[in-house]
Design a protein. Structure first.
Lengths: 282, 364
């Protein structure tokens, strides 16, 4: 099924997924709704086990939801038969992974060329496009290098180039900075930002990394399989955890501000040396 | 196209080498057995060259090796009187033990009565008294050359000419003079075969019918029929073994290719998962698996073909009576079999690829 999208690249309606049965059943994603428009960067955050990756796999057509619908570029993914999903992933979605997931037996250029081959583009045209994508990411001098000869940051650049090979409108990135140091992490963020802002693609990022907030247009907080209003969350200034304002274990008023803590221990530490933590929850 | 299959195979060169060697082994096994079968099928060709339109044998004689034919010697005169018969030659033949350098070895000794008109090329069948013409394989096996002496039934014979086509694996042909044969065999008044030549080769069948009707104690066979009886014995004895070894070779080949491709697939499960995740269709992935199998099959076939030529050469040098004949049609058949092996061997890995969950790519 295809519908008009009016700039909306991704639309998710009432998406749900339960793993297991009976008393052992776990509701990983529970009635999630969201939209993302072209050129937009949406960051989905949340604690471990909150359902972020499950949500991402369902959006990417790698996992069938129990309930709800996913539309990518107007095409209802959840209504498509299984055999048609690879084509949607190939042409409409690009994936960027935490562990890069490059094929070790192939060179950087071949890793980017491969999705083009899958889409029926081969030979010189595929090679030219792959090389161009890598050169745009300053990887022209690493074309024939294998993944084990590349640094983490370089691998992630190859991974981004591969995700863009078939010019998808939606990029799904799972913890893209988790395996990178701060410099390469920042470098990856700039590349993802350019993908969204210069090329008009929609980028959905799932991450624990707060630095990504810098480039995100919107931040969604997923917990227990549901989105919570990010405005009702605060960052514990001591440990950096997201704390629900309504149910924080401790609060401290100081200099006209309220600080929220995940535990009493954090609040005690804050009281001992509040000067060093005071700016951390901004 | 990115050569994923080739790269996957080359990523583990040791395993690839073992796999190719395994397939090569099965190809060598199949081809060497077939070569021996073909080679043995052409054995004993000398019988066809013996100058005779019809072989008259004792009734019930199946072939010159596995049954004994004893005929009255005076039957020769009676046969000569049959309408259409031009001449009758007496022939003696028996497997004997011959002594060479003090060692006993079997020899298919044959002696033909010299007809009045010996054609060029037939002289080898009629050595003069005191000489023995031997098959080239026998000469090579025993290290004999012209002028050497062999001892047969307390009688020394000097080696004369050698000839080809007289090898039957278990024994080789040799020809001696009729009088020498009479002395060696020592059964007066009998012959083993009577070789009949006819006036008109087109009338051979009618002459045969007349002989069969007049002499119930004898059977008549053409040279080709006599030879076919020999070859049938060899083939029928050998064929089940050939069949079994070919099947074993085929099963080994399928197992080796299958195992290689399967382990390569398991090892690359994550890669297949990644390819699935980024949009590879089932057909795209199956093609990688099949190409991997086919590459192993083809490399194994090429190595096996080379190995077969080498093994055949070594076999002929080490065991001269083992004649091998590698036919290109057989090689083509084994090539097709290698492709079938590869195809069959792809099923299990392809099923494995089918089961790989692409969502595994999100697991760190």
């Amino acid at each position: 099924m295809e519908e008009r999208n009016d700039g909306v690249v991704l639309r998710v309606e009432g998406l749900g997924k339960t793993f297991g049965h009976g008393s052992t059943a776990v509701r990983a994603v529970d009635g999630v709704d969201m939209e993302a428009r072209e050129g937009e960067i949406v960051l989905i955050m949340g604690p471990s086990g909150s359902g972020k990756t499950t949500l991402l796999t369902m959006i990417g057509g790698l996992l069938r939801p129990d309930a709800g619908r996913v539309f990518i570029d107007g095409v209802e993914l959840t209504a498509l038969p299984h055999r048609e999903l690879p084509a949607v992933r190939r042409e409409r979605v690009g994936f960027v992974f935490q562990t890069f997931n490059l094929l070790e037996a192939l060179t950087a250029a071949e890793n980017v060329e491969l999705p083009l081959n899958m889409a029926g583009v081969s030979g010189r045209e595929a090679r030219t496009r792959a090389v161009a994508l890598l050169e745009e990411r300053d990887m022209g001098h690493r074309l024939s290098f294998r993944p084990n000869q590349l640094s983490g940051g370089e691998k992630q650049r190859v991974s981004i180039a591969r995700a863009l090979a078939n010019q998808p409108r939606l990029i799904l990135a799972d913890e893209p900075t988790a395996n990178l140091d701060s410099k390469h992490g920042h470098d990856t963020l700039l590349h993802l930002r350019a993908v969204a802002k210069e090329q008009g693609r929609t980028v959905i990022i799932v991450s624990h990394d707060h630095r990504i907030r810098e480039i995100a247009d919107r931040v969604l907080w997923l917990e227990d399989g549901r989105f919570k209003d990010v405005s009702l969350l605060a960052t514990d200034p001591v440990c950096g955890m997201q704390v629900e304002v309504d149910s924080a274990r401790a609060t401290i008023e100081r200099d006209g501000r309220t600080y929220y803590f995940c535990s009493r221990g954090c609040s005690w530490e804050f009281q001992k040396d509040h000067a060093s933590f005071a700016g951390a929850s901004d | 196209m990115v050569p994923v299959a080739r790269r996957n195979l080359l990523a583990e060169k040791g395993r690839l080498a073992i796999s190719v060697a395994g397939v090569a082994f099965s190809v060598v096994l199949i081809l060497v057995v077939l070569s021996l079968y073909r080679g043995w099928g052409g054995l004993g060709g000398i019988i066809e060259e013996i100058p005779a339109d019809l072989w008259v044998v004792q009734q019930g004689t199946t072939d010159p090796f596995h049954s004994v034919s004893v005929l009255r010697e005076d039957l020769a005169e009676e046969l000569a009187g049959v309408e259409g018969v031009r001449g009758v030659s007496k022939a003696f033949s028996r497997t004997m033990s011959v002594e060479v350098d003090g060692k006993e070895t079997p020899l298919r000794l044959m002696s033909l009565e010299r007809p009045p008109d010996v054609l060029p090329g037939q002289a080898v069948f009629f050595p003069p008294p005191g000489r023995i013409n031997i098959d080239a394989v026998f000469a090579e096996m025993q290290g004999l050359k012209e002028g050497d002496t062999v001892r047969l039934n307390e009688r020394d014979l000097e080696v004369g000419d050698t000839f080809t086509g007289g090898n039957t694996v278990l024994a080789q042909f040799a020809f001696v003079d009729v009088e020498d044969a009479r002395a060696i065999f020592g059964v007066p008044g009998t012959v083993h075969y009577l070789l009949v030549s006819v006036n008109d080769p087109k009338a051979t069948e009618s002459v045969r019918e007349r002989i069969d009707a007049s002499f119930p104690e004898a059977d008549t066979l053409t040279g080709a029929e006599f030879l076919e009886a020999v070859r049938r014995e060899i083939k029928e004895g050998f064929l089940p073994v050939v069949g079994m070894l070919v099947i074993i070779g085929f099963v080994i080949g399928v197992a080796v290719i299958g195992l290689t491709t399967y382990t390569a697939t398991i090892e690359k499960s994550r890669d297949f998962g990644v390819m699935k995740a980024v949009g590879a269709s089932g057909r795209f992935l199956y093609r990688i698996v099949i190409v991997q199998s086919v590459l192993v099959g083809l490399a194994g076939f090429a190595a096996g073909l080379g190995g077969t030529i080498l093994v055949n050469q070594l076999v002929e040098e080490a065991v001269p009576e083992f004649v091998t004949e590698l036919r290109w049609l057989d090689a083509l058949g084994v090539f097709a079999a290698a492709l079938v092996m590869a195809g069959l061997a792809s099923f299990l890995p392809a099923a494995r690829v089918d089961r790989i969950d692409p969502a595994l790519v999100f697991r760190a």
